[in-house]
Design a protein around this ligand. Sequence first.
Ligand code: F6P
Length: 365
Amino acid sequence: MKKRVLVATGGGDCPGLNAVIRAITLRASQEKNWEVIGSINAFDGVLNEPQEIVVLDEKKVGGIHIRGGTIIGTTNKGGPFAWPIKNQDGSWGSADRSDEMLRRLQYLGVDAVINIGGDGSQSISQQLFEKGLNVIGVPKTIDNDLSATDFTFGFQTAVQEATTAVDKLVTTADSHNRVLILEVMGRYAGWIALHSAVAGGAHVCLIPEIPYDIPKVVERIYQRFNKGRGFAIIVVAEGAKPKDGDMYYEESTETGYKNVRLGGVATKLMKELKDGGLQADMRETVLGHLQRGGTPIAYDRVLATQFGVRAFEMVLEGKFGEMVAYRHPNIVSVPFKEAIAHYNFVDPSSDLVKTARGVGICMGD
Ligand code: F6P
C-alpha cells in the first residue's frame, strides 16, 4: 500500500495556494510509493461527517498553478482545537476534536500532513505536532507578516493589485483635483501599503507601525497643492492608527471566527483630515478582497512552487515540526515554534521606509 500525505489549506486564501498544491503533487508523483490526498476546507474535510477528502493526482492538478484561490477550499473558522458547537441555550461554544482528528487521519492511512496556512494555521500545526502528528508547514498570506520567511507567496500579487489601483486613482485624482485615499489590507503590518505606495508613487503612506499625525498629513498635501500639483494619493493600511488613537476594527459576529475585522480606516481618515482643516475634495476606495483573488503573478507562482517541492521533500526526509521558509536565496525550514514566535512588522528605520521618505512620501509622522 502506498504512503499517504494529506494536504490542507487553512485561513484566508491567497494567490499561489494552487501552485503549492500542484508542486507537492507533481513532486510526490516522482516517488513510486507515495500518493497525495486533500482535505476540503482545511481540516474540516477530515472532521466532517461524511468526510470530504479528494485524491490529488497529476490530472487533478494540471494547470491549476495559474488559478487563484484553492481547489481544496479553506476556512478561517474553528479548527480541530476549537470546533464550533451549539450549546443547549442556543449560544455557540467550542470543542477540542484534535484527538479524534488524529484517529481519523490514522484510519485514512495518512503518514504525513502538509498544512498550508498563516500564523493561525501554523500554531495549529505546532499543537498537532506536539500530539505526535507528522506535520510540515507551508506559510501563506498576502500580509507578509510571518517573520520566519523573507516573503510569503501571494504578497507580491496583492502589491501588484494595489499598485494598479494607485495607478488608476492617479489619473482620476489629477482630472478632478482631488485627494484620493486607497485602503489596502495587511492586518497589523504595513507591507502592502508601503510597497504599493512606493511602486505607485503615492504622496502619503500610512502604516500601523508609524502612527499618523493629522496636521503633518494635511501639511504635506498643502505643500503639494501649493506647488501647483492639485491632487494627492494617500495609501492607508487597514491597520493604520492615529498617534493618539487605536486602529479601526469590529468584533466579528461570525461563528468560530476569532479574528477582529479590520476595514473602514479610509472613511475615518477622510473625516479626520476634514476636521484637521483639509479643504479639498476627497474620496475613498477600499480595495478589499480584490487583493486576494485572481491569478498569482509569476513571482508568487515560483515561490509557491519552490515551497511545495521543498515541503514534500521534507516529508521524505522526516523533517516534521518545521515550516518551509524563504531566506534569500535559499529555501530553508524553521521549527514551528520559531516560525510563529514573532510577527513581521515593517521596521520604521528600514531602507524601504527611508526610500519612501527619500522620494517625498509622507509617512504620517
Ligand atoms: O490575512 C489576510 C487578510 O486578507 C487580511 O489582510 C484581512 O484583514 C483579512 O484577511 C480579511 O479576512 P476575511 O477574508 O475573513 O474578511
